[in-house]
Design a protein around this ligand. Structure first.
Ligand SMILES: Nc1nc2c(c(=O)[nH]1)N[C@@H](CN(C=O)c1ccc(C(=O)N[C@@H](CCC(=O)O)C(=O)O)cc1)CN2
Length: 295
């Protein structure tokens, strides 16, 4: 069974982006700039935001982190986003999720200028993706990272049956629509399963490419997988484990041990899809810089 190594691919990709950033810096004297807003003190979000800023620095991009208190109002956050929309040095704007409950995520998503929405969450970007305008939109980083992994591991997609389990706006829906696109890198027949789907194994057993984005530890078991399938695990679930130093360990939505005996290729957790999310965010930020500067 082939392990699809997202950690390694993300490192390769970051090296390529570093070269790209340096080339544009020499040619224009400018570098891409990403601003990340974090509201509140969610520990996992703080780690992700720190990693985003650190990775920007490593590849020569400019990054700013704006920390806002947990009791920030929606109006205050929208005002900050407006400032960033108008700042020409900012090519990418991202508001880390989840947000505190007093803030409506959708209102925030639509406030970000679609031309700077490097998360690819804005309805204009999702709409363009659905309509096949991939070169004129930002694709949500996790699905985009999965596409990059499939491409770099030469996994055949054309005419294959891709089953996506999960229908979130940031993973399941964009993922399914990407795999549906008419292109050499996609062109699948796509099925989406979700919490109201009756008999999920009936569908997953037909999948040549199975993408699990449910958010439930070990949900996909070996008896739900067709022999030889390619299995992509998007889940990042913390489960208690007193034998580890932290007291927990990370597991995916797929029972790795059981499914790895059946699948032909699989992403691990950690080290699979997760690391690609930040790499693709930086790829989107570089694209934004290119578009804004007409490069
Ligand atoms: N505005 C956004 N908010 C959130 C996003 C997002 O794309 N945009 N995604 C997630 C969090 N996230 C990035 O923000 C993210 C999650 C996981 C990883 C990752 O590298 N995971 C590692 C394990 C890391 C660990 O030890 O915890 C792995 O899977 O190997 C990167 C980024 C929600 N919010």
């Amino acid at each position: 069974m082939l392990i699809i190594d997202g950690k390694k691919v993300s490192l390769d990709l970051k090296e390529e982006l570093k070269t790209g950033v340096e080339t544009y810096r020499k040619a224009t004297g400018k570098v891409p700039g990403l601003t990340v807003i974090i509201v509140g003190h969610d520990p996992a979000s703080q780690v992700y935001v720190r990693n985003k800023a650190k990775t920007c620095k490593e590849i020569g991009m400019f990054s700013t982190v704006i920390e806002m208190p947990s009791d920030t109002t929606q109006a205050e956050l929208l005002e900050k986003i407006q400032e960033l929309n108008n700042d020409p040095a900012v090519h990418g704007i991202l508001v880390q999720q989840p947000l505190p409950k007093q803030i409506d995520e959708f209102a925030v998503t639509i406030a970000i200028d679609p031309a700077k929405d490097v998360d690819g969450f804005h309805p204009e970007n999702l709409g363009r993706l659905v309509m096949g305008e991939l070169d004129k939109c930002f694709v949500s980083c996790t699905p985009y990272g999965i596409l990059e992994l499939l491409g770099r591991y030469n996994i055949e997609t054309k005419g294959k049956h891709c089953v996506v389990v999960g229908r979130s706006n940031i993973v399941g829906k964009p993922m399914a629509n990407l795999m549906l696109q008419k292109s050499d890198a996609t062109n699948c027949t796509v099925t989406i399963c979700h919490s109201a789907t009756k008999n999920i194994p009936h569908y997953t057993l037909q999948a040549d490419i199975l993408i699990a984005a449910i958010g439930k530890a070990g949900f996909i078991t070996a008896d739900m997988v067709k022999p030889g399938a390619v299995v992509i695990d998007v889940g990042i679930n913390r489960i208690e484990d007193p034998s580890t130093k932290s007291g927990y360990r990370l597991v995916g939505d797929v029972d790795f041990e059981g499914v790895s005996a059946i699948a032909s290729a699989m992403t691990p957790v950690p080290g699979g899809v997760g690391p690609m999310t930040i790499a693709m965010l930086l790829k989107n930020t570089l694209h934004s810089f290119q578009r804004i500067n007409g490069l």
